[in-house]
Every structure is written in structure tokens, then in C-alpha cells.
Design a protein around this ligand. Structure first.
Ligand SMILES: Cc1cc2nc3c(=O)[nH]c(=O)nc-3n(C[C@H](O)[C@H](O)[C@H](O)COP(=O)(O)OP(=O)(O)OC[C@H]3O[C@@H](n4cnc5c(N)ncnc54)[C@H](O)[C@@H]3O)c2cc1C
Length: 438
């Protein structure tokens, strides 16, 4: 038999970086929130293994605008959090992002156009500039990306990089899980409650409205508003709420490997490295603590997409993907080598049909979603929290968001962000890169 345990204004399902940022925003505005997570601590879902890269290289104007606003939160983190954390606060490393340029790279050209249009600062680097700043970089062209078992992978260079675009304000956060703890402490200072080891097993409804959630231990939390921020489990929670079929854009869990390789001999990549985006070989990279190079996948089409059950998938690094990614990295950084010992992480992206997130209400009154973060929304956690709180307050006050989408004004940049862009019922956005680039 279930028993009524408690009441709240809002139940947030998920204490990852997006769920915690939303909880901070709502609790600061005076809403009584309960954040429930089946994990024992905050940030133990996909956030813990995030590469936490903060960059502005998105394919759409709203994507760039949101990332630029989102970046300011990391710069102003101590003020934003507003309290001490006994574990310390995260550090944002503004090492810059280098978008490598090749003839005909539409994504990079699109970013350049958007940055000019939206006044996002960047420098254009010539091949000589690249050589001077990053002497470890090979300038050859090896694309389109292939897998090492394809003879095309081993082709000689067919040309040269034409330069790069450097965003000096970009960088990364070295401890993404700690950022969740910081957000938790910030929210608790405003009365937010966090319950861990608390798995939501049902979304409770009365007529056409959500009325709360039931946990695996049978306890219920009653609330007129429930928000699905369950990361790679988002589709499962939507199914429990009965809203999965009514959304035009769906989400699914996609397995990803990220590899850590020691810096090339004589290179202090941790101190002098940069976030790199390389569509020619199909990777991204950034400095990683311990003087490593972190290597991730740019989702080239030759790599099979591995959609999985988020509760049952291979959590080990595979030899196949290690070889593909690290060998690709060697094309760009030839002194890197391919270490025998595989190191890195395996985790899941919560991917939407067009690799753009869904920040929206649903057809079930009171039930909201902040999902489909597609491997690229860590950086946007702060602004996503603000946007979702604006949306919830507007809709709960009677605003028809589907007819007239809410517009958020960025707290730091003052720029307008049309929440309707992230609608559950949009058509697949043809401007999306359909990859982690967003
Ligand atoms: C390998 C990798 C690299 C990435 N790199 C970057 C990057 O460089 N830059 C960037 O901006 N973004 C990046 N991302 C994306 C970013 O990390 C995610 O978008 C973000 O962390 C998602 O946060 P979240 O709070 O939505 O989800 P999560 O952190 O996954 O949190 C969801 C939480 O919900 C809980 N939960 C699930 N089901 C239930 C249930 N039934 N009951 C209770 N709790 C439940 C889980 O335990 C989990 O803690 C990356 C992601 C991955 C996986």
C-alpha cells in the first residue's frame, strides 16, 4: 500500500546538472521544491562523465545565443551559487576553443556567420598562426572520417587546413559532478529538499493533470508540477507519464566513449592546450587533468550509432572505438601515440531526433520536460534552469505557451531566448548538425 509522504510545489526528477540548476532557480524564486534522484548523490548520472566543454559553436542562432548566455554562469559561478560549499566550488578553465577550418566545412562556416551576426568574440587564425600557437598540430586533410578497418582511413593527406577560429572565452569545467553539488548547496540555502536513492516508479495523475510521483519504496510526493530532467532515462519517464506518444520529437539513450591519452612528450597540454573541434577527422579534444588529452567523437556517419537500454549497456571501453578515436586523434596530433592501456569513460547522451534539446511543457498539464540534451547541454545548465522556471511560472499562471511561446531574457547578456525553439512538437530542425555539435 502506498502512503502520502509529503507535498511540494514542484518535484524535479533528476539531480544532474540541469535538474539541479532548475531546482536552484525555482527555490530562489520561493517555490517549495523536492528533487528526487535514484542515485546516492547529485550528478551521478550522465553529468559525472560529461566532458563539460563550454563553447559557442552551434549550428543555429538560438543555439549560439543560449550557449553564450550559458557560458556567463560558469564565469560568474561563485556569485550565481551564492553560498559556500564544503567540497569547494568548480573551476572554469577558459583555455579557448579552436574550430579547425577546411575548404567546404559547412558547420565551421555557419558558426563564423552566426558569431559575426550575434557579436560573439572570436579570432581568425591563419595556418602560420596555428603553427606558432599549436606546434603539435598536423595541418593535413584526412577526411571524410573513416574507421581504421577501412583502407580509406590510411589515405595520405589530400590538402591542408585553411586555418582556425579561436573562441577565447570557451573552455571547460574540470569536475562536472562537483558543479551539481554546488547547485544543490545553493538550492538548499533557499529551502530546496534533495532526496537520493529515491527512484520514481510512477507519475501520478488525476483527470488531465499531474498530481505527483510515487517512489520505489511506495512513498508519494504530491505536487501540482513535476519536471522530467532524467537525462538518458527521459523517454522512460515520459512513457510513465503517458506523454511519450504525444510528443513529435522523441529522445533515446545513445552510448558514447570518451578516451584519455597522456599528452605527447614535451607538451604540457593541461597548461597550454585548447579545446579542439575537428570535423575533418571527426573528433573533439580538450585538456584533461593529469596532463592528458581527452578525445571525444564528433559523431561521424561512419561510426554506428549505438542506441541502448539506459539500464543495460556495455560500460567498458571497447578496443574498436578506442582504436578509431585515438587513431583519429593521432592524425591531428601525430606525437600522441596509441597507448596499450585504454583509459576514459563510457556514458549516455540523451539524444533527441534532431540533437537539439526539448525544454517544454507537455500535453499532461503540470508535467514539464528538460530533456534531449544530446551530449551538448552541460554548458547551458544555468540558462536552462532560468528558462524552465520562466516557462513553468508562465504556464502555471495561465499562459498558452504552445500558442505564444515564452521568451526568456538572459540574466547576464540580456539577450532574448525563444523557448518555443525547443518545442516538443517542432519539426526536425534541418539546420542542426545532427551531431553533438547541436
Ligand atoms: C560522455 C559525455 C560527454 C559530454 N560532453 C559535454 C560537453 O563537453 N559539453 C556539454 O555542454 N555537454 C556535454 N555532455 C552533455 C551533458 O553532460 C548533459 O547534457 C548533461 O549532463 C545532462 O544533465 P541532466 O541533468 O539532464 O541529466 P543527468 O546528469 O543524466 O541526470 C539525470 C538524473 O536522473 C536520475 N534518474 C533517472 N531516472 C530516474 C528515476 N526513475 N527516478 C529518479 N531519478 C532518476 C539519474 O539517476 C540521474 O542522476 C556530455 C555528455 C556525455 C554523456
Amino acid at each position: 500500500m502506498t502512503q502520502v509522504q509529503d507535498k511540494a510545489d514542484v518535484v524535479v526528477i533528476g539531480a544532474g546538472v540541469i535538474g539541479c540548476a532548475l531546482t536552484l532557480e525555482l527555490s530562489r524564486r520561493g517555490h517549495r521544491t523536492v528533487n528526487v534522484d535514484k542515485a546516492p548523490v547529485a550528478g551521478a548520472g550522465s553529468t559525472v562523465n560529461s566532458c563539460a566543454i563550454v563553447r559557442f559553436s552551434y549550428s543555429t542562432a538560438p543555439g549560439v545565443t543560449m550557449a553564450w548566455e550559458g557560458a556567463q554562469y560558469w564565469r560568474e559561478w561563485a556569485d550565481y551559487i551564492g553560498v559556500e560549499d564544503e567540497l569547494g566550488l568548480i573551476e572554469f578553465h577558459p583555455c579557448g576553443q579552436l574550430l579547425l577550418l577546411t575548404e567546404g566545412d559547412h558547420h565551421a562556416e555557419r558558426c563564423r556567420e552566426l558569431w559575426e551576426e550575434l557579436d560573439i568574440p572570436f579570432d581568425t587564425l591563419t595556418p602560420d598562426d596555428l603553427q606558432a600557437k599549436y606546434p603539435w598540430l598536423d595541418h593535413g586533410l584526412y577526411g571524410p572520417p573513416a574507421r581504421p578497418d577501412d583502407p580509406e582511413f590510411w589515405r595520405d593527406s589530400t590538402g591542408n587546413l585553411t586555418g582556425g577560429l579561436l573562441s577565447r572565452d570557451a573552455g571547460y569545467v574540470s569536475d562536472p559532478q562537483l558543479s551539481c553539488h554546488n547547485l544543490q548547496r545553493g538550492a538548499e540555502a533557499h529551502g530546496a529538499e534533495f532526496r537520493f536513492n529515491a527512484e520514481v516508479v510512477s507519475i501520478d495523475k488525476a483527470e488531465d493533470r499531474v498530481v505527483g510521483v510515487t517512489l520505489a519504496d511506495g512513498k508519494q510526493i504530491q505536487a501540482p508540477v513535476v519536471v522530467n530532467v532524467a537525462g538518458p532515462h527521459s523517454a522512460i519517464i515520459n512513457q510513465k507519464a503517458g506523454v511519450f506518444d504525444s510528443m513529435n520529437i522523441k529522445t533515446a539513450a545513445l552510448r558514447h566513449e570518451v578516451h584519455h591519452v597522456p599528452s605527447p612528450p614535451g607538451v604540457d597540454f593541461e597548461a597550454g592546450g585548447v579545446v579542439g573541434a575537428d570535423n575533418d577527422v571527426g573528433i573533439y579534444f580538450r585538456p584533461e587533468v593529469g596532463n592528458n588529452v581527452l578525445v571525444g567523437s564528433g559523431d561521424p556517419t561512419c561510426d554506428e550509432r549505438e542506441y541502448v537500454d539506459p539500464d543495460d549497456y556495455n560500460t567498458n571501453l571497447t578496443e574498436d572505438q578506442w582504436n578509431a578515436q585515438v587513431l583519429r586523434a593521432n592524425r591531428r596530433i601525430p606525437s600522441l601515440g596509441v597507448p596499450h592501456e585504454r583509459r576514459g569513460v563510457v556514458d549516455l547522451y540523451d539524444v533527441s531526433d534532431d540533437w537539439l534539446p526539448i525544454y517544454d511543457r507537455t500535453d499532461l498539464d503540470g508535467f514539464y520536460v528538460a530533456i534531449g540534451t544530446s551530449g551538448n547541454q552541460y554548458k547551458n545548465a544555468g540558462v536552462a534552469g532560468q528558462m524552465m522556471a520562466d516557462l513553468i511560472e508562465a504556464v502555471e499562471s495561465g499562459h498558452d505557451h504552445d500558442a505564444e511561446p515564452v521568451v526568456t531574457t538572459g540574466r547576464y547578456t540580456g539577450r532574448s531566448i525563444d523557448v518555443g525553439f525547443y518545442s516538443r512538437n517542432r519539426q526536425v530542425n534541418p539546420d542542426s548538425s545532427m551531431s553533438v555539435h547541436g
